[in-house]
Design a binder for this molecule. Structure first.
Ligand code: ADP
Ligand code: GLC
Length: 480
């Protein structure tokens, strides 16, 4: 049996702000349980729903020296859908109504988390062969493991994997403060290790010290070796390219299944998709106060509202979209300028635009089920899960050909009658607009082809099966 411990700052169903939580929560369930015991560790945030907190049991506690004092570290444990989850408890660090807050504060909190994870290991009764770290919040685990946890027998031979879900966020902090908080010596704060543009950099530490580095699609694995997508770390990623691989994300096919989804107005499958989606569209138009019309081309957007997702292109074209015979339903929170932009258009065109500036799992499912198309013109996209959810619900993704979007959405080809969605290459508002209007025209004038694309979209397999195998192969390769 191989023991794997996932370390992540967010994990479904406990806490989620984006796709990282979906991955860290759903992938562990998909490994071959005969050979792999995969468990997950995360902070015990005060904002985890009470019902899930009630399911946690006290495991142990100890005191750990961190940033000038001895601090309490509690460990709780719970079982959920056959997986063991551990939670690091410290009310000073993990209080609050959101998992993330002020940048500097987050650096300190996740350094504390990383050190706690390693310190807690000998007390868990579970010795991982591999610690699989996700994103910058867990970047110091491979570094600490190399630095101060090598003495005893227990830690010897533990391997680490660093998975990059988003290179944009690196956990960087002024070198002096970084050194003081992390407790790492000058040895680590050099440019070949954790120092980057005069800051200490947690993700860089993870990339330098992990035994293997992965990211969440093949295309993104290539892109981040270039200056445009590399966020300053492209040189390091080129240097580590032998140990860097892309493994595309999947989604939880039980949690996202239009045939079994209790959150949507009408369940449907591949055979009943036309009527099913129509019933969902009617229900959503009514709920959101949009014009009730079966033939309106409904475009869904469910997203963090940040520039990563291509909202500058959408903002630029919004007025023109509103001159067309279509509806746009948005669900998301994020940058104020995008929130206000959507609010403005919803106010100006209440029949056509619905701006839902909040977070709701239920509303997201309703939008995936009701919309005809899903717009995601990202500037960069490590993988993207929303387009996979859309495919699953027969909602055709309209995407920019970048990262995981390029790897998971096959553009419609008029002549060969192939494809699962629509795409464009350049980060250009007019190209996006033309692609949306091309999709619109197929929907209006060639419903037979449209239905063919829907059918292929729903047949595409983005469950975890194939990718979980690739992770297993990598684990086998690392520990033999
Ligand atoms: P990212 O991780 O960059 O935000 P992904 O496409 O990988 O992008 O994952 C986004 C996830 O977050 C999807 O599960 C999507 O449905 C969900 N999501 C984003 N915004 C909201 C929201 N406002 N309400 C509900 N779910 C949301
Ligand atoms: C990040 C990326 C997204 C990816 C997700 C899960 O948040 O922005 O593209 O799907 O992580 O890996």
């Amino acid at each position: 049996m191989k023991n794997i411990l996932f370390a992540s700052s967010e994990v479904v169903p406990f806490i989620k702000t984006g796709g990282l939580a979906d991955v860290a929560g759903s992938l562990p369930k998909c490994f071959d349980k005969r050979y792999f015991d995969v468990r997950v560790i995360l902070p015990k945030y005060a904002c985890i729903p009470q019902k899930l907190k009630d399911g946690m049991a006290y495991k142990t506690h100890f005191y750990m020296y961190f940033n000038g004092q001895n601090r309490y570290v509690g460990v709780l444990e719970s079982q959920y859908e056959g997986i063991t989850f551990y939670f690091i408890d410290n009310e000073y660090y993990f209080n609050g109504d959101k998992p993330y807050g002020d940048w500097h504060w987050d650096i300190e909190r996740f350094m504390f988390f990383d050190r706690s994870v390693l310190s807690a290991l000998p007390l868990l009764g579970f010795r991982p062969d591999i610690i699989h770290c996700h994103d910058w919040q867990t970047g110091l685990i491979p570094v600490y493991l190399h630095d101060s946890f090598q003495g005893g027998e227990f830690f010897r031979g533990i391997k680490t994997v660093m998975t990059i879900h988003n290179l944009k966020f690196q956990g960087n902090e002024n070198a002096e403060r970084f050194k003081k908080l992390s407790g790492l010596s000058d040895y680590y704060l050099t440019y070949d290790k954790l120092l980057h543009q005069r800051d200490g950099n947690m993700l860089k530490g993870g990339i330098v010290y992990a035994d293997a580095v992965t990211t969440v699609s093949d295309s993104y694995a290539e892109e981040i070796k270039t200056g445009f997508y590399g966020e300053g770390l492209d040189g390091l990623l080129r240097a580590r390219s032998h140990d860097l691989r892309g493994i595309v994300n999947g989604i939880d096919y039980d949690a996202f299944d239009p045939a079994k989804d209790d959150m949507i107005a009408c369940k449907y499958d591949k055979n009943t998709v036309t009527e099913g989606k129509l019933a969902n569209k009617r229900a959503l138009q009514q709920q959101l106060g949009l014009t009730r019309d079966d033939n309106k081309f409904m475009i869904g957007i469910v997203s963090r509202l940040t520039d990563q997702k291509g909202f500058d292109l959408i903002a630029y074209m919004m007025e023109r979209f509103c001159q067309q015979d279509l509806q746009i339903v948005v669900l998301g929170t994020g940058d104020g300028k995008y929130e206000d932009m959507f609010r403005h258009f919803a106010w100006k065109y209440p029949d056509k635009v619905s701006a839902n500036i909040y977070y709701s799992e239920e509303m997201s499912h309703k939008i995936y089920a009701a919309s005809d198309a899903f717009l995601m013109p990202s500037l960069f996209e490590p993988c993207g899960l929303s387009q996979l959810m859309s495919l699953r619900y027969g909602t055709l993704p309209i995407v920019r050909e970048t990262g995981g979007l390029r790897d998971t959405v096959q553009p419609y080809n008029v002549f060969e009658k192939t494809g699962t969605g629509f795409s464009f290459t350049n980060y250009n508002a007019h190209d996006m607009y033309n692609t949306v209007m091309f999709a619109h025209s197929i929907y209006v004038v060639n419903r037979e082809d449209w239905n063919g694309i829907v059918s292929r979209a729903m047949s595409a397999d983005f469950s975890w099966q194939a990718s979980a195998k690739k992770y297993q192969e990598m684990y086998d390769w690392l520990i033999g």
